[in-house]
Design a protein around this ligand. Structure first.
Ligand code: BDP
Length: 590
């Protein structure tokens, strides 16, 4: 159901990127999907809408944005099965073709698609997408929704700008009526040999199937003529961190005359993941995570996909000697995952399970719901949470780069009910994932070893800690003492679980220097990391360091956020702060 769209011998692919029309649905207006949109502005797809306009009201509009374009179908593909696929629309989409509703999807960071054959005609068709950016206590991410004087407001319970729009490519692809819906690549590796058992979902009739595994030189290394056979790769090239090797598993369907009906080649790498005695292993070698929590965020584009930015980020990470990142706080583009596969970059793949703490606000003094009740009695996110896990595992299951799933970020895991909320979600993730990869829930500082109720279910203890910034601000001696104490407690409580830093950092204004090395200066950022690293380097149960953040990023207006979050190692436009060179020296040695 969720194969990445590719063009090949049997499939065509049309990219609908470009300039679309958008009408902002103002309060009280009723938009008829059968009629052309009115008072439209032009908006580029894919990209966030917000920073393409010079109009504060549009940038901050809460509600619906109606997108419209022409969907022109040439006769060369008209008799094929046609599917329209949205890689991501943030956060909710309703799709209309020629005025008729054809699809609806909730969740701003995972793909959805629909077969459109019964709704389209040859030539020009009208395509509309009603996009909503509303977040509330049932959605992921989770926001606080309220109406003031009849006007809707969303206060994000998370620290990034609530960008919206059609963020990733919209594509039309065709297949034969008989087609491959999905491929799950099960494999078992031992002493150089890999036994591969593909699980293939097919719709329609066919007479013959072939499965081939092709290596990087396009040489067929294993072959089968039925869906129930295993294929054997001898002398397997393993997928290694920063030394990737990818095979292709190619499924082809034929009719009785030997005509090819459909074919699809899915890339995969062979690697193992294991946790033993508080260590993390990839291919039975100890692995130490060096890298970042990131964001999809760039000037003008907002959260829109751009392959050059994605590629630059990957090159910057490699330049620093990083080997991994976390898709904080939502699934990233499929293209970024494909790139990570190809370059051997290890990924902790995160769902948009952020904002699950009703008392959370970036500015503690501006807390919008001080007297709110227990998080788990207030939120109604469980159904959407199951959904996002399902959709992410479905999308990313075959990626070699994915070594762990993060099923939330900083939930109120110290509050009563957190265990009941998360236990079934951890179980669901493992049940859905054919590789049973480890599951983590990056922990918030409030959820101390004494109070936390979810760590027993996770495989690696991931800590987001800001000793020296939010705690003991500016006093690094006291800060690292506090950090040492806390780590000791976690380790005593869970001696067999590895611990990693999934976030730590300090806001730093690029170009701000201080003889006294005060907070916000580039010197303080260096000292902050030096002192934190000192502690990490003492402890052998620490399996990684993900700095917060790779780059500065945009947030909602806030008294603590002057032009966004400044904890980047790079500025928002990817210029290095002084720490970058220090980090490069450290990671090249580690
Ligand atoms: C943590 C969040 C992250 C924030 C970061 C910060 O996980 O999203 O951006 O702190 O405050 O609470 O910079």
């Amino acid at each position: 159901m969720m194969l990445y769209p590719k063009m090949n011998e049997t499939r065509s692919l049309i990219d609908l990127s470009g300039i679309w029309k958008v009408q902002i649905e103002k309060q009280g207006t009723n938009i008829d999907p059968c009629k052309p949109l009115q008072e439209t502005i032009l908006i580029a797809v894919p990209a966030s809408l917000n920073d393409q306009v010079i109009d504060e009201e549009i940038r901050n509009h809460v509600g619906n944005f109606w997108y419209e374009t022409e969907l022109t179908l040439p006769s060369s593909i008209f008799n094929e099965r046609k599917v329209i696929r949205f890689a991501s629309v943030t956060h909710k989409a309703i799709v209309f073709i020629n005025g008729e509703k054809v699809a609806e999807h909730i969740g701003g960071f995972t793909p959805f698609e629909v077969e459109i054959d019964s709704h389209v005609k040859l030539g020009i068709n009208n395509l509309k997408v009603c996009v909503s950016n509303i977040l509330d206590e049932s959605t992921l991410p989770c926001g606080f929704y309220q109406e003031i004087n009849g006007k809707p407001y969303v206060t994000p319970r998370f620290d990034f700008f609530n960008y919206c729009g059609i963020h990733r490519p919209v594509k039309l692809y065709t297949t034969n009526h008989t087609h491959i819906d999905d491929i799950i690549i099960h494999y078992d590796y031992k002493d150089g040999e890999t036994s591969v058992t593909p699980e293939v979902a097919i719709s329609g009739e066919y007479d013959k199937v072939t499965i081939e595994i092709v290596d990087e030189n396009n040489k067929i290394v294993a072959k089968a003529n039925s869906l129930n056979e295993s294929l054997l790769i001898l002398g397997t090239h393993l997928w290694q961190p920063l030394q990737a090797y990818l095979y292709k598993l190619k499924v082809s369907l034929y009719n009785v005359n030997g005509n090819l009906l459909d074919t699809y080649a899915e890339e995969f790498g062979v690697r193992t993941v294991k946790i033993e005695n508080n260590k993390f292993y990839i291919n039975d070698k100890e692995f130490y995570f060096k890298g970042f929590g990131k964001h999809e965020d760039f000037p003008v584009l907002g959260k829109g996909f751009n392959s050059a930015v994605t590629n630059l980020d990957k090159n910057l990470m490699k330049w620093l000697g990083a080997n991994s990142f976390r898709t904080s706080h939502y699934p990233y583009s499929e293209e970024e995952m494909i790139l990570a596969d190809r370059e051997g970059i290890v990924v902790i793949d995160e769902v948009p399970g952020v904002g699950l703490f009703t008392n959370f606000h970036v500015d503690v003094n501006l807390n919008i719901n001080k007297d709110s009740k227990n998080t788990w009695q207030t939120l109604q996110t469980h159904d959407n949470h199951k959904n996002v896990i399902q959709e992410l595992v479905k999308r990313d299951k075959n990626h070699a780069c994915v070594v762990m799933w993060a099923i939330a970020n900083e939930p109120a895991s110290h509050q009563e009910g957190a265990g009941q909320y998360f236990r079934p979600l951890v179980e669901l993730t493992k049940r859905l994932d054919h590789q049973k990869r480890p599951v983590v829930i990056p922990n918030i500082v409030n959820a101390t070893p004494e109070l936390d109720q979810v760590t027993e279910f996770v495989d690696v203890i991931c800590l987001n800690r800001y000793y020296g910034w939010y705690i003991q601000h500016g006093n690094l001696d006291l800060a690292i003492e506090g950090l040492r104490n806390e780590l000791k407690k976690w380790h005593e409580k869970y001696p067999n679980k590895p611990i990693m830093f999934s976030e730590f950092g300090a806001d730093t204004i690029s170009g701000l220097h201080s003889l006294y090395r005060t907070p916000y200066s580039e010197e303080f950022q260096i000292d902050f990391y030096r002192r934190n690293f000192e502690v990490l380097d003492e402890l052998d149960y620490i399996v990684g360091e993900h700095l917060w953040n790779f780059a500065d990023f945009e947030t909602a207006a806030n008294i603590r956020r002057i032009d966004g979050n400044k904890k980047g190692i790079f500025t928002r436009d990817r210029r290095p702060k002084s720490i970058a060179f220090e980090l490069k020296r450290r990671w090249e040695k580690l």
